[in-house]
Design a protein around this ligand. Structure first.
Ligand SMILES: [Zn+2]
Length: 306
């Protein structure tokens, strides 16, 4: 009954929007081009690398918006309904998508990416495994390769006329992602240490699993906590001092409070790590990409491990 009601609600929104002028603009359709809707920046970026100007691509989460509290607007729902392909993670932050997906016509292809990679459950601060699947699958470049291959397969099916063009782009982009993966392999293999410390949330479990890194963090996963317990802070300070950890990471959209606190008490310096869950407005305007942000991460990781 709850499901039925939710679908009904989605339909009501669509109907009510069809009959009024909303300030909230829907995607403009161009004849002969694929319409693709992706929930978050990394998927949007993979798609635009594959399709170039041969598709209309919409990212639902606007640049600069905190990614964990997003709710689709009525025009977002219309765009998903009008899309040829809808791409989402299928994790905690986009549970809203399930209701929409259930109500979609069969001519909208759906790519739920969490089903396409090996997943891990979120870990608590003490590294015990929780029961919620970690949703930050794109943080590992190996997963980015798998995700790109999956998106590539979909667009090749949807637009046969541009298949050669898509395949060429896919080949180029996959080689750039593989190069990125190799860069992280080299950095982690040749590093002096293998532990990184986050004075922040910890959304990069897939990344550390990929490169066999150890980690300490102030908050597990994408916890919405902002004040770590005193025991956690003391433990982090002890670790940083004893192991002479040179870098404490903080994330974009963070107030850096915990990272700064840890650095005040040690010789470590605070550095930014891009989770790529979303992109800041400034980075977006400057044309930053998943690969350019991850290359900045690579420099930071190199410094943190040496
Ligand atoms: Zn997150």
């Amino acid at each position: 009954m709850k499901k039925l009601f939710a679908s009904f609600f989605v339909i009501l929104i669509i109907l009510s929007l069809a009959s009024c002028n909303s300030k909230d603009k829907t995607m403009s359709k161009e004849e002969g081009k694929l319409n693709i809707v992706a929930t978050i920046f990394p998927y949007y970026d993979f798609v635009r690398n594959l399709t170039g100007d041969k598709a209309n691509v919409k990212m639902l989460l606007s640049p600069g918006v905190e990614p964990h509290h997003y709710e689709p607007s009525p025009s977002d729902i219309i765009d998903i309904n009008n899309a040829d392909l809808f791409i989402y993670t299928g994790g905690e932050s986009d549970e809203w998508a399930e209701t929409i997906v259930e109500s979609l016509d069969s001519d909208v292809r759906v790519l739920k990416l969490i089903d396409t990679v090996k997943t891990y459950n979120e870990e608590e601060t003490d590294k015990t495994v929780g029961d919620e699947t970690d949703e930050h699958i794109w943080t590992s470049p190996r997963n980015a390769v798998e995700i790109t291959k999956n998106i590539s397969r979909e667009i090749n099916l949807l637009d046969e006329n541009n298949r050669d063009y898509f395949k060429e782009n896919s080949k180029k982009y996959l080689s750039q992602l593989t190069e990125l993966d190799n860069e992280f392999k080299n950095i982690t293999k040749n590093a002096k240490r293998n532990k990184i410390v986050f004075g922040d949330r910890f959304p990069i479990l897939y990344f550390v699993k990929e490169y066999n890194l150890d980690y300490e963090c102030a908050f597990p996963g994408c916890s919405s906590e902002t004040e770590p317990g005193i025991a956690t802070v003391n433990h982090l300070i002890d670790t940083v001092k004893e192991e002479k950890i040179p870098v404490i990471f903080y994330l974009d959209f963070s107030n850096q409070a915990v990272a700064n606190l840890l650095c005040e008490d040690s010789n470590a310096k605070p550095m930014l790590y891009h989770s790529c869950h979303n992109i800041t407005q400034e980075d977006y305007n400057n044309g930053e990409t998943y690969i350019s942000l991850m290359k900045e991460n690579a420099k930071a990781i190199k410094e943190a491990l040496n």
